[in-house]
Design a protein around this ligand. Structure first.
Ligand SMILES: [Cu+2]
Length: 263
């Protein structure tokens, strides 16, 4: 999945950047990012959480794909769901639209933020892509709710508490589709590169793992920062591409995990 060269039309930054990517990489993956400025809240005089939302290739730091306003954006906490769509602000330049939003937390309890983007047409792969993405924030050390399923069509259910992790910790999860574990599901992993690491070969850009017979996987995070885990599978339906053709659909269930250095 998503292992084909990006063609120029699909890259929306500059042609120069795309040409570099085409020349240097034919095996990097799309990831729907939803990244907060921190993964914990610990003081009662807390500033709002600020999120960046974009569709990109994290390990190669781009290109950024143009992203329509998402279909849904929600926060789940203490058994309730709140719609955050109206808080989204468009950012980014023309042709590479991104989004941001802020959220003021008012009570203790883990917060699960989830986004459903509109299907993205990827001409180089001949398919539409929908990545359901989530990230979980520790709300004042309450530690309840982090393992709740959000009933996304494809979802990674964390077996490891998905925040306050050290570098070298393993992240474990179960890949689920419509609430059921997916045996041997494919999971792609990328580090959200800050520019400090260059992959020695293209094969290092996206790590690829498979879940076991119970849909469970594990990955040890070797570096501080944000890690994206994307469980990928083909949808059992097709969609109309902008070309007018009926095309296959790639579904992704993503979770973002932050690891901190122990120092
Ligand atoms: Cu792309």
């Amino acid at each position: 999945m998503s292992r084909f060269t990006h063609i120029k039309q699909a890259c929306s930054k500059t042609l120069y950047a795309c040409a570099l990517v085409i020349a240097s990489s034919n095996s990097y993956a799309h990831f729907q990012e939803i990244i907060p400025d921190r993964d914990f809240l610990n003081s009662d005089r807390q500033q709002p959480l600020n999120f960046e939302v974009r569709f990109t290739h994290p390990m190669t730091q781009g290109p950024v794909m143009n992203m329509q306003k998402p279909k849904s954006l929600s926060v789940f906490s203490n058994g309730t769901r709140s719609d955050l769509l109206s808080s989204l602000q468009a950012t980014g330049d023309n042709g590479a639209q991104q989004w941001s939003f802020s959220y003021q937390v008012t009570e203790p309890g883990d917060l699960s933020f989830a986004i459903e983007p509109h299907p993205y047409w990827e001409p180089s792969e001949g398919k539409m892509i929908i990545h359901y993405s989530k990230v979980i924030v520790d709300g004042y050390g309450d530690f309840t709710g982090w393992d709740q399923n959000l009933n996304l069509p494809v979802e990674i259910e964390p077996l490891t508490r998905p925040y306050s992790l050290w570098v070298g910790n393993a992240f474990r999860g179960i890949v689920k589709r419509q609430g059921k574990a997916v045996p041997f599901a494919e999971v792609e992993v990328e580090w959200r590169n800050d520019g400090s690491v260059t992959a020695p070969t293209d094969s290092y850009i996206t790590q690829v793992i498979k879940a076991d017979a119970n849909g469970t996987f594990s990955y040890v995070m070797p570096r501080a920062g944000w890690w994206g885990f994307a469980a990928l599978m083909d949808a059992d339906y097709q969609l109309n591409a902008p070309t007018g053709d009926r095309v296959p659909v790639e579904l992704g269930g993503l979770i973002w995990i932050n690891a901190k250095a122990m120092q």
